[in-house]
Design a binder for this molecule. Structure first.
Ligand SMILES: *[C@@H]1O[C@H](CO)[C@@H](O)[C@H](O)[C@H]1NC(C)=O
Ligand SMILES: *[C@@H]1O[C@H](CO)[C@@H](O)[C@H](O)[C@H]1NC(C)=O
Ligand SMILES: *[C@@H]1O[C@H](CO)[C@@H](O)[C@H](O)[C@H]1NC(C)=O
Ligand SMILES: *[C@@H]1O[C@H](CO)[C@@H](O)[C@H](O)[C@H]1NC(C)=O
Ligand SMILES: *[C@@H]1O[C@H](CO)[C@@H](O)[C@H](O)[C@H]1NC(C)=O
Ligand SMILES: *[C@@H]1O[C@H](CO)[C@@H](O)[C@H](O)[C@H]1NC(C)=O
Ligand SMILES: CC(=O)N[C@H]1CO[C@H](CO)[C@@H](O)[C@@H]1O
Length: 526
């Protein structure tokens, strides 16, 4: 099928199932528990510019369905990840707290002993205790052994990659730079570039369903499991919380062959197309079940594009981090950095009748806000014996604005203390204390530079972060005064808070293994 034909089929499918109003079939049957349902959709390594609706230009969108949902809901243009790399970002989403508090400041691995510390409380634990059905489909990356497994962290049902699609080998390795060999072709010492010690495990609850996971069918199976979870929850007449953490759009890029030529952008765009299709399937299931008017869908991603992956990386949109590229010696301004490209994510909320349709908000928000906000909407109390970095922003979801607040951006560039706060956002202003250190496409890595006093950008007039304010100006000084005051308050709060430490020790005996006898722990030999 050519790109034009596929595009046509997708569009016709989209409007035939989405024309007109929701049928609201089961809505009248007064359910026992009318608390709303929540679906958190979380993409991997997606850039601000990958959501077609965020593009200024007329470039063809690879996310037509999401664009439509965003236009029938509210799109957020200044929405941030809790951290700019996988594990810390997910820990921040699950707890509403930064790595400085949870101790989760870098990735876990398949050989990790620990995971998200048990002292920390996930939104799944809180919602399950309050009577919600809880499901996770997709990537966890917060530990896998015993009490760290998602089923022990609040999820009734779990299906997905326990760590990541690039932590382990697969049979059909898809697109990556450099390319990684298939499981059949890698020896155990290849893992300097590709993590090849073992085949990628796919879990269904606590058992390994596939090892290696099949990345070609993975998207389709996430789609199916999401539909099953929604159907079962509706049948059980229980409110649900579903967290879908996609493998898309993280390298190795891989998808069902029907998306092979669906995008003019090549493999990355094809992956976006499949992501869009799965989200359409989930939204359609919710509509068919007649629960659309009682379900909040909230989409965002874990961190910005992995620039060193070149054409297999996402798109930062207008957030180029020009200072780094032009004056800082080059280097990435995406994933792992504190530049906008790394922290600012596409985001939208969809909830007919509750979240205003057609609204675009530049409120300053974070994935850290998701837990406090959904808990507040559901009327569920969060643990009180600790501080949160996120806040209840339901009024913003429902139509108000919020600009006057502070966000702390942790860094994950190599050669830096993981989790260190290297940038602070306050209103339109951003102070950057550390630059450089991360690889861009082609290998250039600007030197690590400490800036004290920091570079301060006005993102309203300079979203590309090209020209820091003159340190002698009134504007610089008043912005910095407010920022340093917030930092001081943050540090004082940290000192008072109940913080935890994560166990990052590793041992190969902890690696999930389907069959010790088989090459790379495969469930079945080839
Ligand atoms: C996980 O276990 C729960 C409880 O037995 C079950 O309802 C659910 O369907 C299971 N999920 C998967 C993906 O197997
Ligand atoms: C963390 O894990 C993600 C997902 O596997 C990977 O893309 C990223 O490069 C890792 N980063 C570090 C610093 O280990
Ligand atoms: C393994 O490598 C060989 C030699 O490079 C190649 O011919 C073969 O197709 C590879 N097999 C797989 C399964 O990738
Ligand atoms: C820390 O936790 C303890 C025990 O739960 C609690 O008594 C105390 O108030 C907490 N401290 C803070 C700052 O929340
Ligand atoms: C912004 O918030 C701070 C702290 O919450 C408050 O002290 C300040 O007055 C607010 N500024 C404006 C302009 O609303
Ligand atoms: C968990 O919290 C307790 C009480 O606040 C503290 O003593 C303990 O060190 C914490 N555990 C970890 C792993 O940080
Ligand atoms: C015309 C075109 O883009 N063809 C591509 C379709 O997808 C396959 C598999 O990815 C490629 O090999 C073709 O080049």
């Amino acid at each position: 099928m050519g790109p034009g034909i596929l595009y046509f089929v997708v569009i016709v499918g989209l409007y035939s199932s989405w024309a007109g109003q929701s049928s609201g079939k089961k809505e009248d049957k007064a359910a026992v528990d009318r608390r709303p349902n929540f679906v958190i959709l979380f993409a991997d390594d997606i850039g601000y510019g990958d959501l077609g609706a965020n593009q200024q230009s007329s470039a063809q969108s690879d996310t037509p369905f999401m664009d439509m949902l965003a236009s029938r809901g509210t799109r957020f243009t200044d929405f941030h990840a809790g951290a700019s790399v996988c594990t810390p970002s997910r820990a921040a989403l699950m707890t509403g707290r930064l790595g400085k508090r949870t101790g989760v400041v870098k990735n876990f691995s398949l050989s990790s002993a620990g995971g998200l510390p048990l002292n920390e409380t996930t939104f799944a634990e809180t919602f399950k205790a309050a009577g919600y059905q809880t499901g996770l489909i997709g990537k966890w990356h917060l530990g896998h052994r015993g009490p760290f497994h998602p089923n022990r962290r609040g999820f009734d049902s779990y299906y997905g990659l326990i760590e990541s699609n690039d932590i382990g080998c697969v049979d059909d390795p898809g697109y990556n730079i450099p390319p990684c060999p298939s499981c059949a072709n890698c020896s155990s010492d290849d893992h300097h570039v590709c993590y090849n010690k073992v085949a990628v495990p796919l879990f269904g609850n606590s058992s390994i369903k596939e090892q290696p996971a099949n990345l070609v069918t993975l998207g389709g199976s996430y789609y199916e499991h999401a539909r099953i979870f929604i159907r079962q929850s509706v049948q059980a007449v229980a409110p649900f919380l579903l967290y879908v953490a996609f493998a898309h759009t993280h390298v190795p890029l891989q998808y069902d062959p029907k998306f092979a030529n669906s995008s003019a952008r090549g493999p990355f765009g094809n992956t976006l197309r499949e992501l869009d299709y799965i989200i359409q399937g989930i939204a359609t299931e919710i509509r068919i079940a007649g629960i659309e008017s009682n379900t909040l869908l909230w989409f965002t991603g874990d961190n910005g594009p992995w620039e060193q992956k070149c054409e297999y990386a996402g798109d930062n949109g207008p957030f180029h981090g020009l200072w780094q590229k032009q004056k800082g010696g080059g280097g990435s301004t995406g994933k792992q950095t504190v530049w906008e490209g790394g922290h600012r994510e596409p985001a939208f909320a969809y909830w007919p009748g509750r979240v205003p349709a057609g609204r675009v908000s530049d409120s300053l928000l974070s994935a850290l806000d998701i837990f406090p906000t959904i808990a507040s909407i559901a009327g569920i109390l969060m643990p009180k014996d600790r501080s949160y970095d996120g806040m209840d922003v339901k009024e913003v979801l429902f139509g108000k604005d919020l600009h006057n607040r502070t966000l702390f951006h942790p860094t994950n560039v190599k050669a830096r203390v993981a989790g260190a706060i290297d940038a602070v956002r306050h209103g339109a202003y951003k102070a950057v204390y550390q630059t450089g250190g991360e690889e861009q496409c082609g290998g250039l890595t600007g030197p690590i530079q400490r800036h004290d006093p920091p570079l301060v950008f006005n993102l309203q007039t300079d979203p590309q972060e090209g020209s820091p304010l003159d340190p002698h100006s009134e504007e610089y000084n008043s912005a910095l005064t407010a920022i340093e005051r917030s930092l001081e308050a943050f540090r004082a709060d940290l000192a008072r808070d109940n913080t935890t430490e994560a166990d990052y020790s590793q041992n190969d005996k902890y690696i999930p293994c389907c069959n010790q006898q088989n090459h790379k722990c495969r469930c079945h030999e080839l």
